[in-house]
Design a protein. Sequence first.
Length: 103
Amino acid sequence: MIEVQAEIQALSLVESLVNPIDQLAVLDAEIKRLEVQAKSLKADITNTYGEGKHRGEKYGVSISLYETSKVDYKGLLAELGATEEQVARFTSKNAVIRVSSTN
């Protein structure tokens, strides 16, 4: 119930703000709060139900266990003796715009 009240308060605050920067700051804070809540629920659901497909009263979840891997490219390139120029020839760059709220 407390979470629902917090959501209602956040939404009414966003609607009352005129400046989109202020609206973004409030929404970012609410998203962070919801992400923490969702992470906690996911952990609880996983620990309670385990791997597989499970149904609630209205919705379902699928819990699966899998393995990921990550290559340490800097370490690999250093071991292979690749120069910065060689690495640059095989490196692509993309322009990215990031908008972040600050306090």
